[in-house]
Design a protein around this ligand. Structure first.
Ligand code: C2E
Ligand code: MG
Ligand code: MG
Length: 736
């Protein structure tokens, strides 16, 4: 199993996505906050600029208003005309300074000559006007122009209040300039047009002025910024009538948005911290969950390709490895050996010691195999007690055989299973890859065949695959397919019938059906051979059913007391078999008591309840069970004792030895006596000589079968024998 990863690609991907989303969300929240704050600040700034600009306009209007309070005045005209400097000082100039804060005042006569000058509350020589004149003149001349054009009086008789104002720069300082004519406040004083005195007022826009108007709007840090100063966004330009910028009013920008952000920042930070904490917590859980998911994925993957009992690669993984190994080997021009290993009599251990012990044996076997081979080689469990070993880079046949021998040796040591110590052996089939074209299935098949041969040759050994084994397999395959065709109705299969005779010469007791297959290509194949193939290839059920039906159908047409049909042990393992026999008997109309089923001992040794049930059901229905080839297997005497069978047939091999072998004679004699004592019928098969017949009859055997009496016959031939066909029976009855 691969090492556990702390973070899988999936976890990384999910974490990255979540973090990206979180960062994105955070950026949006923060970005939006700052954007909103910025927008609020911008809107506020516009308002602040408007306030300042309005304030400046108000200031200008105030200067005009203040000037107007002294310029529309009869006394003013009178005193100016009189050149009363003291009065002018007290009412028109210094007073303007002390009362309103106007910084400079000039009184000009009709020819624009200064007759009075005041600076910063002090009367100065009128010539001081000369210094300021270039700056003031445009406004003065503008007013003069207006006065020249103005109608003398409006309809109410009041002269129009004309004035000129502008922003100017005096001595490098911006200032509000207002120029007004001195006009009468009543009609007691007359003034010819063009003779007007002018009142010129200058108020510097200094920090005091600015501070006053800024305070009104609660703005702080308001100041005059000269042109040379780099001003920020919170500034309003001072522009004169010609559009020239004279300076700026700057202040500390009020930023309500930013202030709000600052105010909620701590709360926001706490909230973000909490959200971050929750996120981290969730991510951790996610990582853990996805790590668990990954682990279970790994586990599922592992389980899909490994055997749970041993932890070895399973068949799927093995086949994949074999394929890859062969591919690489063909590229590297090296050879691969495949060892197919199977424990001998594993089933026996399972049956006698129980499945837990069987599992333990498999586990320990796996461990021993694994420890015997190199790290680069693969051992896999293909199922049950079957293992396969892939050996890489095998230089020659000998080294593969060496390893097989080593594996067998290793398995020969005692196994401690739960409570028992057992010794087991194994068989190994070896197949080597040849050149570049070895196919995995092919190699596996060859190793399988070699294993089969190893088992056949006495177990506990290895066998190398040889070419003729392949031929054998091919022939088996061929037979299989031909047999299938024959069963599918192509014909060629027949039954022969070998009669069984009464020992006392009273004629035919019954007949045994023996299958025959005369194939055009294979000739007459021995029954035992193709039956073995049918058993191996799963065709025996069908073949057996055919033989049974055919024999029963034949038997009803005869006067034979009974017909015997051979049954494969495999058929008896089928729980539906008894029912199948009953159905055939119904269909053919044969009485169950006229049917005998012959099977071999191996079946009875299986301690299989299902088989016991099937046999009991068959006997219950009246069918007789015959134990064929008795004496060759494990001669289960307990079956005889329990009377679970009706008849036994002493195997041909004993009968053949009767003439010459004393011990064979003793065995046969004992068997016959035993059977008679237990009231089980006995037939001797394969009787070929008169001597054998005489001996058997002498021992008390009452049923004989063999070439001496009759070989297996065609149905017609059998019917021709006395007492078999019904016509014959009627004939002999008539004779009597
Ligand atoms: P089996 O049931 O023991 O049949 C007796 C075999 O001995 C038959 O061989 C028979 O031809 C042969 N035989 C009979 N008398 C003599 C003799 O005096 N000397 C010698 N040397 N042989 C004799 P066969 O027909 O080749 O059958 C071989 C085996 O094939 C049978 O042994 C039986 O086990 C099996 N078999 C035959 N027919 C069927 C069948 O329909 N179904 C099944 N499941 N097995 C069958
Ligand atoms: Mg038989
Ligand atoms: Mg036999």
């Amino acid at each position: 199993m691969s090492a556990r990863h702390n973070s899988s690609p999936l976890t990384r991907q999910v974490t990255l996505t979540v973090l990206t989303l979180a960062a994105f969300a955070l950026a949006i929240v923060v970005g939006f906050g700052f954007y909103a704050a910025g927008q609020a600040d911008n809107a506020s700034l516009e308002r602040q600029k408007m306030f300042i600009a309005d304030g400046l306009q108000d200031q200008i209007a105030a200067v005009e208003r203040e000037q107007e309070s002294v310029s529309v005045w009869d006394d003013a005209i009178a005193n100016v005309r009189a050149g009363n400097q003291t009065w002018i000082e007290e009412n028109l100039s210094v007073w303007m300074y002390t009362y309103y804060g106007h910084n400079r005042v000039y009184i000009l006569d009709a020819a624009n000559h200064a007759i009075h000058a005041m600076r910063e509350g002090k009367v100065v020589d009128a010539s001081a006007y000369g210094e300021d004149q270039p700056v003031l003149l445009p406004a003065i001349e503008k007013l003069r122009g207006m006065l020249a054009q103005a109608p003398e009086a409006d309809t109410s008789g009041q002269p129009a209040k004309l004035f000129a104002e502008d922003l100017v720069s005096l001595d490098g300082k911006p200032a509000i300039l207002s120029v007004m004519p001195l006009v009468p406040s009543s009609d007691k004083v007359t003034q010819a047009p063009g003779t007007e005195y002018l009142h010129v007022s200058v108020e510097f826009i200094n920090d005091a002025v600015i501070g006053k108007l800024a305070r009104k709007y609660l703005l702080e840090g308001a100041r005059l910024a000269p042109l040379s100063e780099q001003v920020g966004p919170a500034a309003v330009p001072l522009v004169d009538s010609r559009g020239v910028i004279l300076g700026y009013i700057g202040w500390d920008q009020l930023r309500p948005g930013l202030a709000l952000v600052r105010k909620i920042a701590p709360a926001l930070a706490v909230a973000l911290l909490l959200a971050g904490g929750v996120l981290v917590f969730l991510l951790r859980r996610l990582r853990r969950a996805s790590a668990a998911l990954q682990t279970s994925q790994d586990q599922a993957q592992y389980l899909a390709f490994h055997d749970t009992l041993t932890g070895l690669p399973n068949r799927a993984l093995f086949e994949d490895r074999l394929r890859r190994t062969l591919l690489f080997a063909s590229q590297d021009r090296t050879r691969v050996a495949l060892l197919y290993l199977d424990l001998d009599r594993f089933k026996h251990i399972n049956d006698t010691l129980g499945h837990p012990a069987g599992d333990e044996l498999v586990r320990q076997t796996a461990a021993r195999l694994k420890h015997t081979i190199r790290e680069v080689d693969t051992v896999a469990r293909l199922g049950g007690d079957e293992f396969a070993v892939i050996l890489l880079d095998v230089p020659d046949v000998g080294s593969a055989e060496d390893i097989a021998e080593r594996l067998l040796l290793k398995l020969r040591g005692p196994f401690r299973l739960i409570d028992d110590q057992v010794f087991v052996s194994a068989s190994v089939g070896i197949a080597l890859s040849s050149g570049s074209d070895t196919d995995a299935d092919d190699l596996l098949r060859k190793a399988d065949i070699a294993l089969y041969e190893a088992k056949k040759n006495g177990r506990g050994r290895y066998k190398l695959f040889a070419g003729d084994m392949d031929d054998l397999l091919l022939r088996k395959r061929k037979v299989e397919s031909e047999l299938r065709k024959a069963l599918d109705g192509e014909g060629g299969i027949k039954l022969a019938y070998q009669p069984v005779f009464a020992a006392d010469g009273r004629g035919i007791l019954g007949a045994e059906a023996l299958i025959r297959w005369g194939h055009e290509m294979h000739g007459a194949l021995p029954a035992a051979q193709f039956i073995a193939i049918a058993e191996e290839r799963g065709l025996i059920g069908e073949l057996g059913k055919w033989a049974l039906s055919e024999a029963c159908r034949f038997a009803v047409t005869t006067e034979l007391p009974w017909i015997a049909v051979n049954i494969s042990p495999m058929q008896l393992r089928d729980v539906g078999f008894a029912e199948e026999v009953a159905e055939i008997l119904r269909q053919t109309g044969l009485d169950p008591s006229r049917l005998q089923l012959e099977t071999t001992e191996s079946v009875l040794l299986e301690h299989n309840d299902a088989i016991g049930t099937v046999i009991a059901a068959l006997r219950q229905s009246g069918v007789h069970i015959v134990l064929d080839d008795f004496g060759t297997g494990y001669s289960s005497l307990s079956y005889l004792r329990r009377q679970a069978i009706d008849k036994l047939k002493i195997d041909r091999s004993f009968v053949r030895l009767l003439d010459e072998d004393q011990s064979a004679r003793a065995i046969v004699k004992t068997l016959i006596e035993l059977a008679l004592a237990l009231k089980v019928e006995v037939t001797a098969e394969g009787v070929e000589t008169d001597a054998q017949k005489a001996l058997l009859v002498g021992m008390g055997c009452r049923q004989l079968q063999g070439y001496l009496l009759s070989p297996p016959l065609e149905p017609g031939q059998l019917l021709a024998l006395p007492g078999v066909s019904s016509a014959d029976r009627e004939l002999s009855a008539a004779r009597a």
